[in-house]
Ligand binder design. Structure first.
Ligand code: ADP
Ligand code: MG
Length: 203
């Protein structure tokens, strides 16, 4: 995707598993827009504080300045009249209103780029990304390397036991897997011994 969107206002969605390079790709597109001297603003949800508070940070240590927001309503309030490109990382952690907000901004002529997980750790669609993909002008699916077989990974495998459906973490609790190596029932096959803190996986 070039730094100049061919559309007068558009939504671009960048999806894939964890470690597939979504944040890298978002940063790449935002940096190209900056090279083209376009005013950009980047947002991320408060839940994602894995590496730093005011940057978005890729697993490969690339970063770009971002504003941390509580909700997408904040994004609408914070976007300036002069802004040409709005980047949003970790889109899956926003509520369904992100679709309306992206549409409002794009209808105003802004290029909106949203990166996020397309599926959750159970392999199910991670809302609201599917709804956003439906109304987007462009959808890019990124892929990681499967940590089991070295193939093309499309899924995010949770590797630690947790009752929480949203568990913010990185390589300590998730890894990229291909369809064949992905195990959505991982948790159900494990037993946890609270006395020893041991997790055992039954075959
Ligand atoms: P995402 O935002 O999709 O989670 P990032 O853009 O933050 O991904 O990070 C992508 C980088 O992660 C890659 O360039 C690579 O350096 C690193 N990486 C770590 N594990 C993997 C993996 N299994 N497959 C591909 N890249 C990986
Ligand atoms: Mg990311």
């Amino acid at each position: 995707m070039s730094s100049h969107s061919p559309w007068n206002g558009s939504i671009e969605v960048v999806v894939g598993s964890m470690f597939s390079g979504k944040t890298e790709e978002l940063i790449r597109r935002m940096k190209r827009a900056l090279i083209a001297r376009q005013r950009v603003q980047i947002f991320k949800p408060k839940i994602d504080n894995r590496y730093s508070e005011e940057n978005i940070h890729s697993h490969s240590d690339q970063k770009i300045q971002a504003m941390v927001v509580d909700s997408v309503a904040d994004i609408l309030k914070l976007v300036k009249d002069t802004t040409r490109v709005v980047g949003i990382d970790e889109g899956q952690f926003f509520g369904p209103e992100i679709v309306d907000v992206a549409q409002i901004l794009a209808n105003r002529g802004i290029r909106v780029i949203v990166a996020g997980l397309d599926t959750d750790w159970k392999g199910e669609p991670f809302h609201p990304m599917p709804e956003l993909m439906a109304v987007a002008e462009s959808v890019t699916k990124q892929h990681a390397v499967c940590m089991s077989c070295g193939g093309v990974a499309s899924r995010t495998q949770r590797t630690v036991r947790s009752s929480e459906s949203v568990l913010v973490g990185a390589a300590d609790s998730y890894e990229a897997r291909c369809r064949q190596c992905f195990d959505p029932h991982f948790e159900e096959q494990m037993t946890f011994n609270p006395r020893t803190n041991d997790v055992q996986t039954s075959v």
